[in-house]
Design a protein around this ligand. Structure first.
Ligand SMILES: Cc1ncc(COP(=O)(O)O)c(C=O)c1O
Length: 442
């Protein structure tokens, strides 16, 4: 590439290291990228948890082409276009019963902040304006807006930005190395961790709490799987105290856990579902919140000439994003993508857990088509081995992601068992290649 790499400030990337040894891709098809040096690189992360149907799906591409030739842009402030209404209706139809009102955004971060604002607006509309505190969870990721980092629990995402803006408290992470290190699927123990919410409610009083927000499965922290019964426990406690429960399904939505939403895969219905990523197969920026109808209806009041919720984005419900989303929903159904993800999950689990004997592996965990392999850190340099292993995996032909020292695999739902095996083999090669690093002295 003749262009300099200097001007583009890359997101969530060690810029100086990347630009010294760039990993560039030039095209993609199905489950693979083509790298700038002409190699096939398997997409072990579905882009960034986005491309469940595989890259350049023809139905999605055609729908977007048709759309740009018909209506390239219309805002949804005061005017409207059919695509946004159709997409919202379709999303309501595939969400758990009772959740059928949809606010559209361009990203997961915007969707998280939108859900938090809806919770606050709902409390006020119900005459409970004192409910302004949120409960998140340690190691939770809810995007990068100020609301999201307030309720989120990723220390590195908060450190540089001073005090969070929203009042919030945090449940502890569900991760327990002592009992969960090599558990397949959901841990059988640990449901009682949900009881901590009772302590937090007792401390702040329910009348001050607007909502609890968690990811059903913590993806960005390195795939932390909820113990069986834990989410049910949170639901019961929220019901007992009249708290809204928000599931951030930006990663788990649209098939990753073998059902349309994690809510359905794990059998717990929240009051709002935050989504993004796979909804458009990554082909266009799209996110949103699916809201329980009573919450929406509580806010639908005030003078009829005024917007009920003073919130929205210029591109909320962008025609191209809606076309991509509608086409993706069709593809999920017609190609049985949720069922395919569910069918592939046992093979994925076996392949991933075979890495337990690789050098320096301290944990392997999985649910659906999400998996994490945690490596012993380089003494005194947490994250260094993960970064080196990610780079080595790319050299071995697989794109993986390394939050800290965990290598994450999140293959497209259309992967074959053989492609899964190749992804895992590349991970093993990367783990072996970086094993010596853990022996260096601090
Ligand atoms: C659970 C969760 N919420 C929110 C986000 C933020 O989404 P976006 O990057 O589209 O803003 C992510 C991104 O990975 C996520 O995993």
């Amino acid at each position: 590439m003749s262009t300099s790499l200097d001007a583009f400030w890359m997101p969530f990337t060690p810029n100086r290291q990347f630009k010294a040894a760039p990993r560039l891709v030039v095209s993609a098809q199905g489950v693979s990228y083509r790298s700038a040096d002409g190699r096939e690189v398997l997409d072990g992360t579905s882009g960034l948890w986005c491309v469940g149907a595989g890259h350049r799906h023809p139905r999605i591409a055609e729908a977007m082409k048709r759309q740009i030739d018909t209506l390239d842009f219309a805002s949804n402030f005061q005017v409207g276009h059919a695509g946004a209404f159709e997409l919202a209706e379709r999303l309501g139809a595939v969400a758990p019963p009772g959740l059928d009102r949809v606010f559209l955004t361009n990203s997961g971060s915007e969707a998280c902040d939108t859900a938090l604002k809806i919770a606050l607006a709902c409390a006020r509309a119900r005459g409970e304006g004192g409910r302004s505190l949120f409960v998140g969870r340690e190691r939770g990721f809810h995007g990068v807006g100020f609301g999201g980092i307030s309720v989120g629990g990723m220390t590195n995402n908060r450190r540089a930005f001073g005090a969070a803006l929203l009042r919030s408290d945090h449940l502890r992470s569900t991760w327990d190395q002592a009992t969960q290190a090599f558990v397949r699927g959901q841990p059988e123990t640990g449901a009682e961790m949900a009881e901590e919410l009772e302590r937090i409610v007792a401390l702040h009083d329910a009348s001050n709490i607007a909502a609890v927000i968690v990811e059903p499965l913590a993806g960005s922290a390195g795939v932390l799987v909820p113990p069986r019964g834990y989410l049910q426990g949170l639901r019961h406690i929220c019901d007992r105290h009249g708290l809204l429960l928000i599931f951030d399904e930006v990663i788990t939505g649209f098939g990753r856990l073998g059902a349309m939403f994690g809510a359905q895969a794990l059998g717990v219905v929240p009051d709002m579902i935050v989504f993004a990523k796979t909804v458009s197969n990554g082909a266009a920026p799209l996110g949103g919140v699916i809201v329980r109808r009573e919450i929406h209806d509580a806010i639908m009041k005030g003078p009829p000439h005024l917007a009920e919720l003073m919130h929205g984005y210029t591109c909320s419900g962008h025609p191209l994003a809606c076309a991509a989303g509608l086409a993706m929903l069709e593809v999920i159904e017609s190609e049985s993508l949720c069922e395919r993800a569910a069918a592939l999950a046992p093979h994925f689990e076996n392949a991933l857990h075979a890495l337990a004997d690789a050098p320096g592996v301290v944990s392997v965990r999985n649910l659906g088509l999400a998996g994490g392999v945690e490596l012993a850190p380089v003494p005194g340099a947490p994250g260094a081995r993960g970064a080196a292993a990610q780079s080595a995996a790319f050299d071995h032909g697989v794109l993986t992601r390394a939050p800290g020292d965990t290598l994450v695999l999140a293959p497209p739902f259309v992967s074959t068992p053989q492609q899964i095996d190749r992804m895992v083999e590349a991970l093993r090669a990367a783990i072996v290649a970086t094993a010596a690093l853990t022996e260096s002295t601090p």
